[in-house]
Design a protein around this ligand. Structure first.
Ligand code: HEM
Length: 235
């Protein structure tokens, strides 16, 4: 049966079974996760506001029970995207390995970049970082969090500053994870353009530059926070 004559669900499954289908799922979920990382960074940069209460007001707004449905909706979408991203990445990796069982003798000859080759382990390390990070700054099971300012109003400012200033090893782990996230985003953004067919000898260098600028801006913004806390610049 040609794929055009198939019912929509079978067509979707048929599309997903091909590498391009999995790449499309990775690109679509990657865009959502990228959007979260950018939004989260913009929220966190409020720690530099001249008003020291600013970031805590923002956290209280997010934790307001009136916003609970929206908050849990966003969390559910993010979890779904993380799950689909991991499943598609693993299946693609297994498919590629099965197609090339002997492997290359000389890895240096591969036309892939360092970022591309490290995707398969930078991804799991970033996943492990996110689990650690939620336990650290949301659940509070890694270090003791500051008492809440009121019901549903965590003292995020104190948690972030103390969580890095008093624990340099944790700050170092965050910095390392952000460097890996930078590599992962660089290759991820660039691959997304390729999967979407946005690739042309004239534009490719510019698209790579755009991917590098996005990844570096996110890494610098995130890394600045543990560095500023360690240096005692944030009070
Ligand atoms: C130095 C960089 C970062 C800082 C200072 C930071 C800070 C925080 C803080 C304070 C919270 C708790 C917020 C609250 O309870 O209201 C939080 C939650 C969270 N962060 Fe980060 N974050 C950083 C980087 C990241 C990155 C790179 C990711 C993803 C790759 C991430 C993913 C999350 C997630 C998933 C949560 C849980 C959100 C929820 O409870 O719904 N964070 N972060």
């Amino acid at each position: 049966m040609s794929s055009i004559a198939m019912p929509p669900l079978s067509r979707a499954i048929h599309f997903y079974e091909a590498p391009i289908g999995k790449k499309a799922v990775m690109a679509a979920t990657g865009i959502v996760l990228f959007g979260y990382v950018v939004g989260h960074l913009l929220g966190n940069l409020q720690i530099y506001s001249s008003n020291p209460d600013q970031i805590n007001r923002y956290a209280a707004f997010l934790h307001n029970p009136l916003n609970a449905v929206a908050l849990w909706g966003v969390r559910a979408v993010l979890l779904l995207c993380v799950g689909l991203h991991i499943v598609a990445a693993t299946q693609l990796w297994l498919q590629n390995r099965a197609a090339r069982p002997i492997g290359y003798c000389k890895k240096d000859d591969l036309p892939t970049s360092y970022a591309a080759r490290t995707m398969i382990w930078s991804g799991p390390i970033i996943g492990a970082f996110v689990v650690f990070h939620v336990l650290h700054l949301t659940v509070g099971s890694v270090t003791t969090l500051a008492p809440d300012l009121a019901a549903n109003a965590p003292n995020v400012r104190a948690n972030v500053i103390n969580g890095f200033h008093d624990y340099p090893a944790i700050a170092a782990f965050y910095i390392l994870a952000m460097l890996l996230l930078c590599l992962h985003l660089y290759h991820g953004v660039w691959s997304m353009f390729q999967s979407a067919g946005v690739s042309h000898p004239r534009y490719t260098p510019w698209l790579k530059r755009l991917a590098a600028i996005c990844a570096l801006a996110i890494a610098i913004g995130n890394i600045s926070i543990p560095v500023a806390a360690l240096a005692g610049w944030l009070k």
